[in-house]
Write a protein that binds this ligand. Structure first.
Ligand code: PLP
Length: 399
């Protein structure tokens, strides 16, 4: 007997849950890739992707995961030997830097650790020290999916402006686009990358690079750009095959069309942000009450610095794996593994799990995860404040 039988819920921070309608939209024979519906459908995605990024500028689409668009963004703007500033707040921005270093880019790294967001004072210092403006780009993640920290991207732009520094501002929004609020143009982001499989509720396999004219001017001199990754023909295709530099990801495009309709036309982007905010607060409310009488502790202490898309949490060392195994075996919910080494106050590696609450997720799904976690803690005798679930329910009731 297992109580896990029934519809399984993969509650990891991407790939996220896909709406049945997205899957159904993809369930079709191969379409014509030369004329007709697919050509029009592809063009229709462009304004909607820009609407979600809140930009009037350009988007290039790729058949690639997040790592692919990381490389695309670097290749179109940088040359071998250029310096960039990496603002590490977890595994992902550091990973982007490792990729850049492997491409021959000189990476100056400020690592803010795994528990806090970017400290703007330290960025200001680094920019002020760069008197000959060798730093060509400043790289941040809005949400680092390993630590679940949310960085203040608008404040980062203000820091660059206050320093009078001309570097491009890059933001990795792979985890959080269409989950956490984001305004590419108003926040002065020059290059933003995202993927299809998290907030955009579509299978992994498509990536997007948004860029403005300042970033495109950097493309003039970038010597890392190669024919395949070049964003120009993709953003401004003279012929259909140029969108993807070859065969289009036909079925993804149908799925994405449906997902964008759901986000923009049916629910509305602001309502999507609000839903993520309330669901995240429900998760935090439960964790905080559980933690009053036990080891449960969200990785990011300050609520204002937590993502609405994912929560990284410690249930007590040794308990992360036990709880994840219990959840899969007994509740039909799979939670995310820890990523990167997050050290505790004593410097020892801590045991985290990650709860994904991004994309096609609603109140009953989040409450189900939380109730199952409370059952798991009871079954595994992990001490916890007894009214965590009630606290989450109250958040949902208030809406
Ligand atoms: C998921 C993720 C990535 C990596 O995306 P892949 O599709 O796995 O290559 C990069 N950055 C962030 C912030 C992510 O959440």
């Amino acid at each position: 007997m297992s109580l896990a039988n029934g519809r399984h819920y993969l509650a990891i921070p991407g790939p996220s849950v896909m709406p049945d309608r997205v899957l159904q939209a993809m369930h079709r024979p191969a379409p014509n890739i030369y004329t007709g519906e697919l050509v029009d459908l592809t063009a229709s995605l462009v304004p909607d992707l820009k609407a979600i990024a809140r930009t009037r500028h350009h988007v290039a689409m790729y058949i690639a995961n997040g790592h692919g668009v990381w490389e695309a963004a670097l290749a179109n703007t940088l040359s071998r030997g250029d310096r960039i500033l990496i603002l590490g707040t977890g595994r992902f921005c550091l990973g982007w830097g490792e990729m850049a270093a492997a491409m021959g880019v000189d990476c100056q790294i400020i690592d803010f650790g795994q528990r806090s967001d970017i400290d703007m004072a330290r960025v200001a210092e680094a920019l002020a020290a760069d008197t000959d403006h060798r730093i060509k780009a400043v790289m941040a993640v809005q949400v680092d999916t390993s630590t679940s920290v949310k960085n203040d991207i608008a404040a980062l732009r203000a820091t660059l402006d206050a320093a009078g520094h001309p570097a491009l501002l890059f933001s990795d929004n792979i985890a959080c686009l269409a989950c956490d609020e984001f305004h590419m143009d108003d926040w002065g982001v020059d290059v933003m990358v995202t993927g299809s499989q998290k907030g955009l509720m579509t299978p992994p396999g498509m990536g997007f690079v948004f860029f403005n004219d300042k970033a495109d001017r950097a493309r003039e001199t970038a010597n890392l750009v190669t024919s395949y990754w070049d964003w120009r023909p993709r953003a401004n295709p003279e012929e259909y095959y140029r969108y993807f530099n070859g065969t289009a990801p036909t079925h993804h495009l149908y799925g994405l069309r449906t997902a964008l309709d759901m986000i923009l036309k049916e629910e509305g982007l602001e309502a999507v942000w609000h839903r993520h905010a309330v669901l995240a607060r429900a998760v935090w409310a439960a964790l905080e009450v559980w933690g009053q009488a036990g080891p449960v502790r969200p990785n990011i202490a300050d609520r204002a610095k937590r993502s609405h898309a994912v929560t990284t949490v410690n249930f007590g060392n040794g308990n992360g794996q036990r709880l994840r195994d219990w959840m899969t075996a007994n509740a039909g919910v799979t939670l995310g593994i820890p990523l990167g080494e997050i050290a505790g106050p004593n410097g020892r590696k801590e045991d985290f799990l990650r709860i994904g609450h991004m994309g096609h997720v609603n109140a009953h799904m989040v409450l189900g995860v939380l109730a199952s976690l409370q059952a798991g803690m009871a079954a595994l005798q992990i001490p916890h404040g007894p009214t965590g679930l009630e606290a989450a329910v109250n958040v949902i009731a208030e809406g």
